[in-house]
Design a protein around this ligand. Structure first.
Ligand code: NAD
Length: 290
């Protein structure tokens, strides 16, 4: 079992740290918030991030955004300096690709970007999917640790590849969800029932995850958030954040992503109109209104 330092015990980090401790690892934790510190049962509280990282074989962060990650790893008293030379450094936050590469380059030893999908429920159940960028050797060492928190662990390539996979996947998800919602809105106007559209599209070329697993109207898929008044699930504010990261990457690389850009505009409007805490499939309500 490994000695692990874990920094950032929010909605995702606290259950992830708990699962590491449950798996038998020796986990030292730190968060700026005392309230968050109290949530990591089974782990030992540390006085600072550097204190949690000192002597650890693996150091993990789960922080809000790129500026927090850069500051935590590279700032004064940062984790990269505090961790031993043999430690594997892993950031699980969802951040922009450029910052992930910058921090990995500056860390001076194996550094993995390992964002997740699966949300708070996946973090609690230990069923997250990890998308990992960074050197093969670091990945091989980190994989068993990540498996204590997740079910699927994919090595996507060099530094930044995990964040790239997350940005591309979530942009595709947003576009497919909006397309699915639009198909239902048009069906309603044409007098075609939800059930009939679902029956046809789920078995023909319109088939996609947003339709068959996460259907944005109540009925056809009983477990989807549409059946519980669009309680998340995956909140629209988080989708908006991920679309911003995808557009940032598109801007930096010159990739043409007109549908991703339009999806960002639509989710921004949905969030501004009060949808931030609503499941992202709830955007169908806004689309009905035009
Ligand atoms: P959160 O805001 O609940 O938690 C972030 C925690 O980081 C807070 O407790 C905060 O006090 C702490 N923190 C910030 N700066 C710190 C520092 N320098 N040192 C120590 N602690 C610090 O966020 P979350 O929902 O847990 O999300 C974390 C990351 O995971 C984000 O990048 C998010 O986009 C991503 N993510 C979230 C979900 C989700 O469903 N919540 C799903 C997938 C990915």
């Amino acid at each position: 079992m490994a000695r692990i330092g874990f920094v950032g015990l929010g909605n995702m980090g606290a259950p992830m740290a708990r699962n590491l401790a449950r798996a038998g690892h020796e986990v030292a934790v730190f968060d700026l918030s005392a309230e968050a510190m109290a949530r990591a049962e089974g782990a030992a509280p540390a006085a600072s991030g550097a204190d949690a990282a000192g002597g650890a074989e693996f150091v993990l962060t789960m922080l809000p955004a790129g500026q927090h990650v850069r500051e935590a790893w590279l700032g004064a008293g940062g984790l990269a300096a505090a961790a031993g030379p043999e430690a594997v450094l892993i950031d699980c936050s969802t951040i922009d690709v450029a910052t992930a590469r910058e921090v990995a380059g500056a860390a001076g030893r194996p550094f993995l970007d390992a964002p997740v999908s699966g949300g708070v429920m996946g973090a609690e159940a230990g069923t997250l999917t990890f998308m990992v960028g960074g050197p093969e050797e670091g990945f091989a060492r980190a994989e068993p640790v990540l498996r204590a928190m997740g079910r699927t662990v994919v090595h996507c390539g060099a530094a930044g590849a995990g964040q790239a996979a997350k940005a591309c996947n979530n942009m595709l998800l947003a576009v497919s969800m909006i397309g699915t919602c639009e198909a239902f809105v048009l069906a309603e106007k044409l007098g075609l029932s939800h059930e009939a559209l679902f029956e046809v599209a789920s078995k023909s070329s319109g088939q996609c995850w947003s339709l068959t697993t996460y259907c944005p109207v109540p009925g056809p898929v009983p477990g989807s958030p549409a059946n519980r008044d669009y309680k998340p699930g995956f909140a629209a504010a988080l989708m908006l954040k991920d679309l911003g990261l995808a557009q940032q990457a598109a801007g930096e690389t010159g990739a043409a992503t007109p549908m991703g850009a339009r999806a960002l505009e639509l989710y921004r409007r949905f969030v501004e109109e009060g949808g931030a805490g609503t499941d992202f499939s709830g955007i169908i309500g806004m689309l009905r209104g035009g």
